[in-house]
Write a protein that binds this ligand. Structure first.
Ligand SMILES: NC(=O)c1ccc[n+]([C@@H]2O[C@H](COP(=O)([O-])OP(=O)(O)OC[C@H]3O[C@@H](n4cnc5c(N)ncnc54)[C@H](O)[C@@H]3O)[C@@H](O)[C@H]2O)c1
Ligand SMILES: [Zn+2]
Ligand SMILES: [Zn+2]
Length: 362
């Protein structure tokens, strides 16, 4: 029997979200029904409600979530009712050209649930990033639910489902930060702070945090930054060079999504260093106009990072274990816990830069 639950729906571009009844089908083959316990408010949810991702309104928002499996459909062998899971937007297919070459973290054909959730009048909903977890229950492809240690706090580990994983992976996987490396992170929101935490976990000794706001820089120190730079007041490139013996950082992470910042990250790098682009640009942005001799002459690599190059089945359980051992402070990303009715207000707090993450608790 389909169930009707409460969910946060964006019905029209740039209009406040509404709480509406959402009809959730029983799980079909390869699907899982998840009772959501916590879901973080991410910038991408706001992008959806602004119409910045696509026009497939209405959207069921929310995608950084943890919860309990309630039921699974036919053919699901590795999930059982009661399992504690973190949801992901990379349910790998196993058969695309990237998966077949042993690179499932780049899977080009990821799975979502095949049945649609809908409004009561039958209008199908587009779930944000194929998840839609600002709802009491959601329907996903079984591969979108990764089982983790059930003793973890859902509001903390649910954040691994998107921004925090993207930031951790930007340093640890895409940037391949090594022991003793120097790292500079540009933009210290949830994603940038996770990149800082990832750099620290990977053994970086110098970690430079760059932002325009002093309170963000103070938080960045709590995650492991050894130096902070307010780019509104000083030249960010010079300041990163100064913090790294005059040379620049081995790995620079752009966590804003801004061509000017990408340019700073490019020049704040040591020779043969890596720039990781994890901030998401808008469609109108252009790459900075760089002399090609600088691109060649500086060597190294420029690497976009999709979801931190993570493989949820490998990385979520391992990062939850680090969290439970006190080696990865996911609690610090949770600025506040809220109810479903407070998501619209949480968007405004995010726009004002007041929070790293507001997390809906159900
Ligand atoms: N690649 C991925 O898979 C992935 C996943 C999730 C989020 N993201 C993207 O990562 C980016 C950051 O997300 P977030 O949740 O941390 O956002 P956020 O808004 O919380 O943080 C952005 C930070 O950048 C700072 N900033 C803005 N302009 C700056 C500038 N010119 N120089 C230095 N700092 C500046 C802001 O003060 C803020 O602290 C977004 O573009 C988001 O869409 C990417
Ligand atoms: Zn694939
Ligand atoms: Zn997100």
């Amino acid at each position: 029997m389909p169930q009707t639950v409460r969910g946060v729906v964006a019905t029209n571009a740039k209009e406040p979200v509404s709480i509406l009844p959402v009809v959730v089908p029983d799980p079909g083959p390869g699907e899982a029904l998840v009772r959501v316990q916590a879901c973080g408010v991410c910038h991408t949810d706001l992008h959806y409600r602004e119409g910045g991702i696509n026009d497939e309104f209405p959207f069921l928002l929310g995608h950084e979530a943890a919860g309990l499996v309630e039921a699974v459909g036919d053919g699901v062998r590795d999930l059982f009712p009661g399992d504690f899971v973190v949801l992901n937007w990379r349910a790998v297919c196993g058969t695309c050209r990237s998966c077949r070459r042993g690179r499932p973290w780049h899977c080009f054909s990821t799975f979502n649930a095949s049945q649609r959730m809908s409004l009561e009048d039958g209008t199908p909903l587009s779930p944000a990033l194929g998840i839609g977890a600002f709802a009491e229950k959601t329907l996903v492809a079984a591969g979108q639910a990764t089982k983790v240690d059930p003793s973890a706090r859902p509001e903390a580990v649910g954040l691994l489902g998107c921004g925090v994983m993207a930031g951790l992976g930007a340093s640890m996987l895409t940037g391949n930060v090594q022991r003793g490396d120097s790292v500079a992170v540009f933009g210290c929101g949830g994603v940038g702070d996770a990149a800082i935490a990832g750099a620290k976990l990977a053994g970086a000794t110098t970690i430079v945090a760059v932002d325009l706001e002093d309170r963000k820089l103070a938080l960045a120190r709590e995650f492991g930054a050894t130096h902070t730079v307010n780019a509104a007041r000083v030249d960010a490139v010079e300041a990163v060079r100064e913090a790294t013996g005059g040379f620049g950082a081995d790995v620079c992470v752009e966590a804003v999504g801004n061509p000017k910042v990408l340019e700073q990250a490019f020049f704040a790098r040591d020779l043969a260093g890596t720039v990781v682009q994890v901030g998401v640009p808008t469609p109108d942005m252009k790459l900075p106009d760089l002399p090609m001799i600088e691109f060649f002459g500086r060597g190294g690599a420029l690497k976009p990072s999709w979801y931190g190059d993570c493989l949820p089945s490998r990385d979520f359980p391992y990062l939850v274990d680090l969290y439970l051992q006190g080696r990865l402070d996911l609690d610090r990303f949770v600025s506040e816990t809220i109810s479903l009715d407070e998501v619209e207000e949480a968007f405004h707090k995010m726009e004002r830069g007041e929070v790293l993450r507001s997390v809906v608790v159900l």
